[in-house]
Design a protein around this ligand. Structure first.
Ligand code: HEM
Length: 432
C-alpha cells in the first residue's frame, strides 16, 4: 500500500474523468471510455473524479481493489444511497421525489442483515441445480429466436430484431409475466436505465436536465402499478414462478412489505434482460470479425461456455455499481471519509493487465477467465446462472444454423453510464 498523499494529487484530470463519468462517452466505449480507464489503471488506479455537474466520487479501476471493496461490505456500504451515479441535478430530484428515503427497497440498496434475509428468499431458486431444470423451456425459446433471425433472409439488426427479445422472453417466462406484457417491461426498463440516451427518453417528459430523474420515477410508478396486481394474483393462486415465490415468501413470519416485493420484481424485471442482450450482441459482434473463433465454437460446442464468459468480460454491460463509505477509512493510501462514494468500474477490472494476459484480445479459449462482470462478494449477481445458461443455449442453437456472418454496417451504443451496450448491430449472414 502506498503512503497517504496530498489530496490535490488524487484528483483525476478533467478530460479523463469526463470520459469515464459522462453518459455520452459510452456511445464510443472503445474509443473514449476504455482508453481513459487504461490510463487510470496505469497512473491513478484509485483516485477522485470531480466532474462538473456530478458530486465528487472515488473511481476504483483495478480488479484487485474492486474485489477488496466488494468483500468489505461493513465499510463499503450499499444501503446508504443510490447504487449508481446520477448527475447532481438528478440526485436532488430523486431525493425530492423519494422524500428522502432510499429509491427502491431492492437488494442492491441493502446491507446485511436485511440484505441476507431478503436475498435468501430467492437464492435457492437461482442456484444452478434449480435453474438447470428450466433448460428445456429456455431451449424452446432459443429455437424460436433462432428461427426468427433466420427468417430475416440474410440481413437483420441483431440487437433490434433478436437480442432485445430473447432474454426478455426468458426472464419474463421464469418470472411469470405474460408474453403480451413483455413490450411494456422492455419500455420501462429502457426508461429506467437508458434514460440518458436521447432515443430512449420518454415522449411525455420534457427534455430538461431533470428529465432523466422524472423518467426514472415515472417508470418506477408504472412498474409498481403493474406489479401490485401481479403479486395479488400470485397470493390468490400460487404457481412455481419467481413472482409467486417472492409474493408468498415470509421473512420473520410476515409477507414482505409491498415496497420490498416491488423492489424485488423491478430488479428481476430490469436487471435480467438488457444485460444479457448486450452480452449476446457483443459475442456476435466479436465473432463477426473472428470467423476462426466462430468456426471453432461451431465445431466444438464445449467452447461455448468460454465464448459466453469472454463476451461477459468484453461487454461488461453493467458499467459500475457504487459503494458508500460507512466510516472514515484508509484505502490504497488515500483517506476516505464517511459518506463519500466509490464507483466500481467493472469494464476496467475486466481489462486489467495484472489479471488478464492480452486483455485487448477477444479469445473464447481464455482460461482462466476471472472476469467480474457479475460483481463479487455478497451482492454478486443473483441471476448469473440464468444469464449464463440462456446464453449458452442460445449459441448452441444458433451456431450450427449459420454458415457465415459479418457486420453489415456501423454499430451504435446506448448512451448511458450504468447499463449500456450495443443499440444496433446490423449483420449479414448465410444459413448453414
Ligand atoms: C449478462 C447478464 C448480467 C450481468 C452482467 C449482471 C451484472 C450484475 C452486477 C455487476 C451486479 C452487482 C454485483 C455487485 O454489486 O457485486 C448484479 C446484481 C444483481 N443482478 Fe445481475 N447481471 C446479469 C443478469 C441478471 C439476471 C438474469 C438477473 C435476474 C433474473 C439479475 C438480477 C440481479 C439482482 C437481483 C442483483 C442484485 C443482487 C444483490 O445486490 O445482492 N441479473 N448483476
Amino acid at each position: 500500500m502506498s503512503t497517504v498523499i496530498d489530496q490535490e494529487q488524487v484528483v483525476i484530470p478533467d478530460d479523463v474523468a469526463r470520459s469515464v463519468i459522462l453518459p455520452s462517452s459510452y456511445r464510443d466505449e472503445a474509443g473514449i471510455v476504455h482508453p481513459a480507464l487504461a490510463w487510470l489503471r496505469a497512473n491513478m488506479p484509485f483516485a477522485r473524479a470531480e466532474v462538473d455537474g456530478y458530486a465528487p466520487i472515488w473511481l476504483a479501476t483495478k480488479h484487485a481493489d474492486i474485489m477488496e471493496i466488494e468483500k468489505t461490505p461493513k465499510i463499503f456500504r450499499s444501503g446508504l444511497g443510490e447504487p449508481y451515479i446520477n448527475s447532481s441535478v438528478d440526485t436532488e430530484f430523486l431525493k425530492e421525489m423519494n422524500e428522502g428515503r432510499r429509491g427502491l427497497d431492492t437488494l442492491a440498496n441493502m446491507d446485511a442483515p436485511e440484505h441476507t434475509k431478503i436475498k435468501n428468499v430467492t437464492s435457492a431458486w437461482f442456484m444452478p441445480a434449480n435453474v438447470r431444470t428450466r433448460e428445456e423451456s429456455i431451449r424452446r425459446i432459443a429455437r424460436a429466436s433462432v428461427e426468427k433471425l433466420l427468417s430475416f433472409d440474410g440481413e437483420c439488426d441483431f440487437v433490434k430484431d433478436v437480442a432485445l427479445y430473447y432474454p426478455l422472453h426468458v426472464v419474463m417466462s421464469l418470472f411469470g409475466v405474460p408474453e403480451q406484457d413483455e413490450p411494456t417491461m422492455l419500455k420501462l426498463t429502457q426508461d429506467m436505465f437508458g434514460n440518458s440516451d436521447p432515443e430512449h427518453q420518454r415522449k411525455d417528459v420534457p427534455a430538461t436536465p431533470e428529465a432523466a430523474a422524472r423518467a426514472w420515477r415515472a417508470a418506477i410508478l408504472e412498474f409498481h402499478a403493474y406489479f401490485n396486481e401481479l403479486a395479488a394474483a400470485r397470493r390468490a393462486e400460487p404457481t412455481d414462478d419467481l413472482a409467486s415465490i417472492i409474493a408468498n415468501a415470509k421473512v420473520d413470519g410476515e409477507y414482505l412489505p409491498d415496497s420490498f416485493v416491488n423492489g424485488y420484481y423491478i430488479a428481476i424485471a430490469t436487471a435480467g434482460h438488457d444485460t444479457t442482450s448486450a452480452t449476446t450482441a457483443t459475442a456476435i459482434q466479436q465473432l463477426a470479425s473472428r470467423q476462426e473463433q466462430f468456426q471453432a465454437a461451431q465445431a466444438d460446442p464445449s467452447l461455448i461456455p468460454g465464448l459466453v464468459d469472454e463476451a461477459l468480460r468484453w461487454a461488461s454491460p453493467v458499467k459500475h455499481f457504487h459503494r458508500i463509505v460507512g466510516e472514515d477509512t484508509d484505502f490504497r493510501g488515500r483517506r476516505l471519509e464517511a459518506g463519500q462514494s466509490v464507483m466500481l468500474m467493472y469494464p476496467s477490472a475486466n481489462r486489467d493487465e495484472d489479471v488478464f494476459d492480452n486483455p485487448w484480445e477477444f479469445d473464447i479459449t481464455r482460461r482462466p477467465n476471472k472476469h467480474i462482470a457479475f460483481g463479487y462478494g455478497p451482492h454478486q449477481c443473483i441471476g448469473q446462472h440464468v444469464a449464463k445458461l440462456e446464453m449458452r443455449i442460445f449459441f448452441e442453437e444458433l451456431l450450427p444454423r449459420l454458415k457465415s456472418f459479418e457486420l453489415a454496417g456501423p454499430v451504435n451504443y446506448v448512451e448511458a453510464n450504468y447499463l449500456s451496450g450495443l443499440k444496433t448491430l446490423p449483420i449479414r449472414f448465410r444459413k448453414a
